[in-house]
Design a protein around this ligand. Structure first.
Ligand SMILES: C[S@@+](CC[C@H](N)C(=O)[O-])C[C@H]1O[C@@H](n2cnc3c(N)ncnc32)[C@H](O)[C@@H]1O
Length: 302
């Protein structure tokens, strides 16, 4: 079988496979530490070195991959470290692991890491589960929400061309504890100032509250203390939303024109007025949600 090992270090993964008597055809290793790579190449000269995981999109691997191994740098998750978790740039490498997992679709995967807070473990499990099963069994009837993103002090403007393609994002809510948003629900994000659609997400994690430390680091979180982890279902669109500039108001008008009898909010309303008064989300009908998503998908699939 063929194996990809991310953050391969000195390739103890390869050693373990050898000890277990598991035959490997090609072992692809991604590692940036030259000393660790040297040890690996001394013991396993056939290893194909891929370099940094951040370049995974350029890897030319056409063989089917049966096993993905990896333990991303752990400082960001560690109990001993500053517990920066997903906001730590080193933890972000974990998301490269997730992208490789999604792209290569190995039959098996193994992710190892340090002892960490149960909360982070749950998030990681949720993410991995969401990669392997897009349908959330516990939520067969997802609700749809339209969610404004952006704060007045740092508005999201078309000309800034901010990237919203991150596969996993924390979706923040204002001080009022968001009730009713569940795992598996669909959240469509819209830039407050630019007025354009940004992406759409499936909620993959339960509700969490930011810590005092996080507020000290990012003061805006004081006003947006609640968050849920979401999986971006339209990363391609999120990387170029400003080019397509799908204005929330235009899609709303088009929907009302095409389906005059169908409300846009799940409460039966025909306006999104609540968003103009600072609401941090509005629950919308499945019909309107699917309509917004179809607009995004027209571009995302293209
Ligand atoms: C937790 S250790 C994993 C050790 C490994 N399991 C072993 O057997 O030695 C994380 C490894 O990730 C590597 N690493 C850090 N950034 C990387 C990157 N961008 N691409 C690939 N590997 C990276 C580090 O050099 C380190 O060896």
């Amino acid at each position: 079988m063929n194996v990809i090992s991310l953050f391969d270090g000195m390739s103890v993964g390869q050693l373990a496979l050898q000890d277990l008597g598991i035959e490997v055809d090609t072992y692809y290793a991604s590692e940036i530490d030259k000393f660790a790579t040297k040890v690996c190449m001394k013991n396993f000269p056939e290893t194909v070195q891929l370099g940094t995981v951040e370049n995974w999109e350029q890897w030319e691997i056409s063989d089917p991959i049966s096993l993905l191994l990896g333990g991303s740098p752990c400082q960001g998750f560690s109990q001993i470290g500053k517990k920066l978790n997903f906001e730590d740039p080193r933890s972000k490498l974990f998301f490269d692991y997730v992208r490789v997992l999604e792209d290569f679709e190995p039959k098996y995967f193994l992710l190892e890491n340090v002892v960490m807070k149960q909360e982070y473990q749950d998030i990681i499990s949720d993410i991995l589960e969401s990669v392997y099963s897009v349908e959330d069994v516990s939520n067969n009837d997802p609700q749809y929400f339209l969610k404004p993103v952006g704060v007045t002090e740092s508005p999201i403007l078309l000309e800034d061309q901010r990237d919203f393609s991150e596969l996993h994002q924390n979706l923040h809510f204002s001080k009022r504890k968001p009730k009713g948003v569940r795992k598996g629900d669909v959240l469509i994000t819209v830039a407050v100032t630019a007025g354009a659609l940004l992406s759409y997400f499936k909620v993959t994690g339960g509700l969490q509250e930011v810590t005092e430390d996080e507020i000290l680091r990012d003061s805006w979180k004081e006003r947006w203390p609640w968050y849920m982890e979401g999986r971006n279902l339209s990363p391609k669109f999120g990387a170029q939303w400003w080019i397509h500039n799908i204005q929330r108001k235009d899609v709303f008008n088009e929907f009302l024109e095409l389906y005059p009898g169908i409300p846009v909010t799940s409460a039966g309303g025909f306006s999104l007025g609540t968003l103009n008064y600072g609401g941090d989300k509005v629950k919308i009908t499945k019909e309107f949600g699917d309509f917004l998503i179809s607009k995004i998908e027209n571009v995302n699939q293209g």
